[in-house]
Design a protein around this ligand. Structure first.
Ligand code: ADP
Ligand code: MG
Ligand code: ZN
Length: 639
């Protein structure tokens, strides 16, 4: 598919090693000794001197600090050798003669040469010419090759050397992945839900199919569409689907790929990308994660490289004619950080929100991914969609995949509903930690805590029904959790419901206090969440009596975590804090009241939970609504 990808080039070190190997092969690691390999015998220096004095030595060769010598035939115990030929520096053909070669470590002996000469011994020194060559090679050539290798590696890192000409021809190559028309197999059918987004993009598709229809009427196509939404909602998928539907060439590149080490290189990549696009028009250019280059240009010390890249992008988008047939799609999850110039009409003038899916959207996404796996037994995807509010398409795809993995782990060949439900728990709270040993007392505390949440939720109007309670520890650090699930999707939350949420969150701690008269660290996450809701009620939702409809906090980065910035005087901030504390105190009191009123149910359900570790919402409600087993207290069992 990647037409532009070159054949993998052999790395430089490969050639380096090959060259070294060849050198070794040619020159040898050391020149062979001329005195050849007969029997070798190691002797001491005095033995050598004695032999020399007695005139028995025939020939001597010095090589790398070792003296090799042979004895005259008469001196040899077994005379096996043939006739001797004495040339000054003779080369003995070793294989023909089987004489003993004595070796001795050479010593500092300045008179040796004179004595050898006097004794009429043939002697030579073997400097090992091959070795020298190799040495030179190692000393000079290898370091040079090494530096060349490092530089070429660095250059490639910086510029991803392409096929361009000139010294630095490759530096500005766009390295966009280019896929020819009709080769993208993704279509709108692969994208579940997101009907509005599809509708917006459908127009681009039909324009690319039949530009004439639009040009005749004089309509100008939007040059670019910006897909915005939280991570994992299918923006990248959608862009591919547009290409698949349109069947035109698809040039895709990710924003961070433009950001280069050298100023100007990103800009030249942009130029290159659009040049290629114009050649291939009609086509789609897709810039993923455009916020990497499209960030607002601010006053302070900006980033030259990024700004140049952005400027180039802006001018390229202005540059091509309205109906040149190049449509630019881009995706981001930080639209608020984008430069205004990028968003003005004529550039990315169409914004396509790709939001988190609603309940039916989640079901549809689950269905698409579920169709790719084998299932058995009844599968209720609507039930899964109900317990995954706030999940993105990527999360849901992951849930299905985890379920399939889970089925394989337990040795089955198809996925059951149970796998899917377990997989949601894994996505929510991590895997089960079966090895974790929890003392009986702690288990009791956890059970009371979780039942506290569930009971408080069940006894309040406006709280979501309980779906599941479990006290199996999870890898996320949760020791248990209570899952609530609404029957239908909720889009609004009224003040009473918001307060009920806080009461439910404080229910865990309240149960601990009522049963054990002590509190634990286990409620920290509940406390955090409760505080968050209480603060939002007061500072953003206008749900406090004393402040009314004034906003003191602004959301920043709505798609990436709900960060907020405080925007009020210190005095007000202090008042807000006091209100938050009062609100949570009130909720905590209410939770305790509910639990005290239902003390026997609290005990009963906690005992069941300790025994079974997990109970479903239905089982929970059954116990709650059953007539009280013990006649100790009169309980109202109605809702
Ligand atoms: P984004 O670019 O918005 O961060 P992606 O397009 O990369 O998200 O989506 C990641 C994956 O999640 C996709 O490959 C797909 O499997 C799944 N996914 C997300 N949204 C949908 C959807 N609407 N329909 C089907 N699958 C989806
Ligand atoms: Mg993406
Ligand atoms: Zn809790």
């Amino acid at each position: 598919m990647d037409e532009k990808q070159k054949k993998p080039r052999r790395p430089l070190w490969f050639w380096l090693i090959l060259g070294l190997g060849a050198a070794v092969f040619i020159f040898g690691l050391g020149a062979p000794r001329t005195l050849s390999s007969g029997n070798e015998e190691n002797v001491t220096y005095d033995v050598f001197l004695t032999a020399l004095e007695e005139g028995k030595v025939q020939e001597v060769e010095l090589k790398s600090g070792t003296l090799y010598y042979t004895l005259k035939e008469t001196a040899q115990p077994a005379a096996t050798a043939g006739p001797q030929l004495n040339f000054g520096f003779r080369i003995m053909s070793g294989s023909s003669k089987k004489e003993t070669v004595y070796t001795v470590t050479a010593m500092e002996d300045p008179n040796l040469v004179d004595r050898l000469h006097a004794a009429g011994v043939t002697f030579s020194e073997n400097p090992g010419t091959g070795n020298m060559l190799l040495l030179i090679l190692l000393q000079y050539a290898v370091p040079i090759l090494f530096y060349i290798a490092i530089f070429s590696f660095l250059f490639r890192r910086m510029g991803k050397l392409g096929a361009g000409g000139g010294l630095m021809g490759g530096f500005g190559k766009s390295n966009a992945r280019s896929i020819d028309g009709g080769e993208v197999k993704t279509t709108f059918a692969d994208v579940a839900g997101q009907d509005e987004a599809k509708e917006s993009l459908q127009e681009i598709v039909s324009y690319l199919h039949n530009p004439k229809e639009y040009t005749e009427i004089g309509a100008r196509m939007p040059r670019g569409a910006l897909l915005i939404g939280p991570p994992g909602t299918g923006k990248t998928l959608m862009a591919r689907a547009v290409a698949g539907e349109a069947g035109v060439p698809f040039l895709s590149i990710s924003g961070p790929e433009f950001v280069e080490l050298f100023v100007g290189m990103g800009a030249s990549k942009v130029r290159d990308l659009f040049k290629e696009a114009r050649e291939k028009a009609p086509c789609i250019v897709f810039i993923d994660e455009i916020d990497a280059i499209g960030k607002k240009r601010d006053g302070f010390g900006g980033n030259d490289e990024r700004e140049q890249t952005l400027n180039q992008l802006l001018s390229e988008m202005d540059g091509f004619e309205g109906n040149s047939g190049v449509v630019v799609l881009a995706a981001t999850n930080r639209p608020e950080s984008l430069d205004k110039a990028l968003l003005r009409p004529g550039r990315f003038d169409r914004r396509v929100p790709v939001e988190l899916p609603d309940q039916s959207g989640r079901e549809a996404i689950l269905r698409i991914h579920c169709n790719r796996i084998k299932t058995e037994g009844p599968i209720d995807l609507a039930a899964i969609a109900r317990i995954t509010p706030g999940a993105s398409g990527a999360d849901l795809a992951n849930v299905i995949n985890e379920a399939a993995l889970c089925a394989v782990r337990s040795g089955r060949h198809a996925v059951k509903q149970k796998d899917l439900e377990d997989s949601v728990d894994v996505a929510l709270a991590g895997k089960q930690r079966k090895s974790m040993v929890i003392s009986q007392r702690e288990k009791e505390i956890i059970a009371y805590h979780e039942v506290g949440h569930a009971l408080v939720a069940a006894k309040q109007k406006g709280a979501s029904p309980v779906h599941k309670i479990t006290i199996i520890p999870r890898t996320s650090g949760a020791l248990g959790f209570t899952m609530q699930a609404d029957e239908d999707e909720r889009f609004l939350m009224d003040k009473q419901e918001a307060f009920a949420k806080i009461v439910t969150l404080t229910g865990g701690r309240a149960a601990e206090e009522i049963r054990f008269d002590s509190v634990t660290t286990g409620a920290s996450n509940d406390i955090e969440q409760a505080t968050g809701i209480a603060r939002a009620m007061i500072t953003r939702y206008g749900m406090s009596e004393s402040f009314g409809m004034t906003a003191f906090e602004q959301m920043v980065n709505p798609y990436l975590g709900n960060d907020t910035t405080m925007n009020c005087s210190q005095e007000t901030a202090a008042r807000i804090d006091r209100e938050v504390i009062a609100l949570i105190d009130k909720a905590y009191d209410q939770a305790k009241t509910i639990l005290r009123d239902n003390r026997s149910k609290l005990d009963e359900i906690a005992q069941v939970l300790i025994a079974r570790e997990t109970i479903s919402g239905q089982e929970f409600m059954d116990i709650l609504n059953a007539p009280v087993a013990l006649p100790a207290k009169q309980e109202e069992t109605n809702e």
